[in-house]
Design a binder for this molecule. Structure first.
Ligand code: SAM
Ligand code: SF4
Length: 465
């Protein structure tokens, strides 16, 4: 991984502006309602409009924000929740990020890079549970070259057990150069995720010691610009909440999304908003932590600010918070998550020495699918858009009213039907078929009904519209 200079790439984070907007405390009902109206018309919000929502302090206006976020989520994403699982490939790391158990100075951490055979075993275990979408996670290390990542992706796609197959492999790894992104793109990756961690430069410097690769703020900030230039048109941004003022980070994410949208004609595919968790040798500073109330609000404001960007809520959060926050705009969650190396074939409780941080929701995939069904959601394992080339600008063309009804809901139901037939417990299966039948009535789509019968009675798989 040879670093190329980042000159020629603008620093689109105007810290002075973001700081001023984040510090805005005057609640302005007129501006808030104007911003909500634009958002409900599915217009992305400006930084100023986002700041107006963040400044809402009175209970009533906050409730209006939550109600609008709930409505927008329903209109753009329906009641589907896309499910994935993370798979940690290796935790060697040359960086020293203060919050991460994989940092090089953390000597107690058990280090491992899964061999090809070990990866196959993990993928088989994930397929046995019913997963179809994975995100592969890597530390930053010369061993994890683009060629290594690409080989790993091909290895994962090649594992087929029973009906099992991984149909979409996303990546969370260090920023690459243009050639590196081309190499991983050729392996058929879905989304490439890079979290900026914090958009605030002094906080960034504090968390990422000098003379480490990750200390280069701009190299990271433009990681996904290079990805886009190299043809990866499906990227995910994120901030690690708890390193700096949460309102500043929300504005940083919105600025980043707007920059990518201006540059490439379409913004990021997803935004992640992990909150800091305890990790081996690291206890988050309670003064910096984002409260549950603030967390709920930041999810709602993000939903409203970027109507067509997927929001990812991970198992870092405990089940109760996941349940509560989901309705404000989350479109993807992980489930059945194990983040210790080789964790999907290990029994027993979490082992902090083997994992990057402590997770909050350890429930199985089946339990989470059942809860989603019982609370009115449709768990989806769909991967159709990316496999049919509906990504990037193409995706934006489809992401208009009607798209959900025509594509997402039928495909969600077809993949859910596969899960129910092949992997679900009896109880989940019953709840699932009740939901599929209920939704099918409102679809009245003959193509869908014909495919559903082929899945349920004909034993066919991987059908989509
Ligand atoms: N090494 C790659 C990098 O830094 O980009 C991969 C990232 S890491 C394996 C995935 C993400 O986990 C990080 O970007 C960071 O946001 C998050 N993370 C690290 N430590 C964490 C902690 N203690 N609590 C919550 N999230 C954490
Ligand atoms: Fe390494 Fe990523 Fe952890 Fe930083 S966050 S120490 S780069 S694995």
């Amino acid at each position: 991984m040879i670093k190329k200079p980042t000159s020629g790439y603008p620093d689109f984070i105007d810290a002075e502006l973001l700081g001023r907007l984040a510090g805005e405390t005057r609640e302005d009902p007129v501006r808030i309602r104007e911003a909500l109206a634009r958002s409900l018309a599915k217009e992305p919000l400006t930084l100023e409009e986002t700041a107006a929502l963040l400044a809402a302090g009175s209970g009533d206006l906050e409730e209006e924000i939550f109600a609008a976020a709930r409505r927008l989520k329903r209109e753009v994403y329906g009641n589907r929740i896309v499910i994935f699982a993370p798979l940690y490939i290796g935790n060697l790391c040359v960086n020293d990020c203060v919050y991460c158990a994989f940092r090089r100075s953390q000597e107690d951490t058990f280090r491992q890079t899964l061999s090809e055979e070990e990866i196959r075993r993990q993928v088989e275990a994930l397929e046995d549970a019913g997963h179809k979408r994975l995100i592969l996670v890597f530390g930053e290390h010369p061993e994890y070259s683009p060629e290594f990542i690409a080989r790993t992706v091909r290895n994962v796609y090649s594992v087929k057990k029973g009906w099992g197959a991984i149909r979409r492999v996303n990546i969370n790894a260090a920023p690459l150069d243009h050639d590196g992104f081309r190499t991983v793109k050729e392996a058929g990756i879905g989304t490439y995720q890079i979290f900026q961690e914090t958009y605030h430069r002094p906080a960034y410097r504090k968390a990422h010691p000098e003379r480490t690769r990750k200390a280069d703020y701009l190299w990271r900030l433009h990681g996904l610009t290079r990805a886009g230039e190299a043809g990866c048109d499906d990227v995910g941004i994120g901030a690690l909440f708890g390193l700096y003022d949460w309102k500043f980070e929300v504005l940083g994410l919105v600025a980043h999304a707007r920059f990518l949208a201006d540059r490439f004609g379409c913004g990021p595919h997803t935004i992640s908003f992990p909150r800091l968790r305890p990790a081996q040798g690291f206890t988050p500073d309670p003064d910096c932590l984002v409260s549950d109330r603030e967390f709920k609000k930041l999810v709602a404001v993000l939903r409203l600010a970027v109507p067509y960007t997927g929001l990812i809520l991970t198992a870092r959060e405990p089940a109760g918070i996941r349940r509560e926050v989901m309705e404000f705009g989350v479109s993807q969650i992980d489930a059945g998550t194990r983040i210790e190396l080789a964790g999907y074939t290990r029994k027993g409780p979490q082992d902090l020495k083997r994992e990057q941080f402590e997770i909050g929701d350890c429930r199985s995939l089946d339990e989470i699918v059942r809860e989603l069904l019982e609370t009115g959601y449709i768990p989806s394992f769909c991967t159709a858009c990316y496999r049919r080339g509906r990504t990037g600008v193409q995706f934006m063309e489809y992401a208009v009213p009607g798209f959900i009804r025509d594509f997402c809901t039928p495909n969600a139901l077809l993949t859910l039907a596969e899960y129910l037939e092949d992997y679900a417990s009896e109880e989940t299966r019953r709840a699932g078929w009740r939901a599929v039948e209920r939704e099918a009535v409102s679809l009245e789509d003959t193509r869908f009904n014909e495919r559903l019968t082929r899945v349920r009675s004909g034993g066919e798989r991987d059908l989509h519209v």
